[in-house]
Design a protein around this ligand. Structure first.
Ligand SMILES: [Zn+2]
Length: 87
């Protein structure tokens, strides 16, 4: 299915039948074009110190990328919290 077909049917996800750049055969989000499995990996990576445990076979540069993404998420959350506390 193409993204346009999914839009025409009012779906939020679609599956092209082709792997994403990470090799996942997963559905993609109409709104963001993102692979759902890539998103799940990033969400898991947002937990501190879990990347190597969850993804022991990942290439080092991808682990570093996931770690950086998780760090950015935590920083954003911390900044939001600080802003809320500042009132
Ligand atoms: Zn993917």
């Amino acid at each position: 299915m193409t993204r346009n077909e999914a839009i025409a049917r009012g779906l939020t996800t679609y599956n092209t039948g082709k792997p994403c750049k990470r090799g996942h055969h997963s559905e993609r989000y109409v709104s963001t074009h993102n692979c759902a499995e890539c998103l799940r990996e990033r969400q898991r990576a947002a937990s501190p110190n879990t990347v190597e445990v969850v993804f022991p076979s990942f290439p080092a540069e991808y682990v570093a990328e996931l770690r950086a993404y998780g760090e950015a998420l935590r920083l954003t959350a911390a900044m939001r919290q600080a802003a809320a506390n500042a009132g």
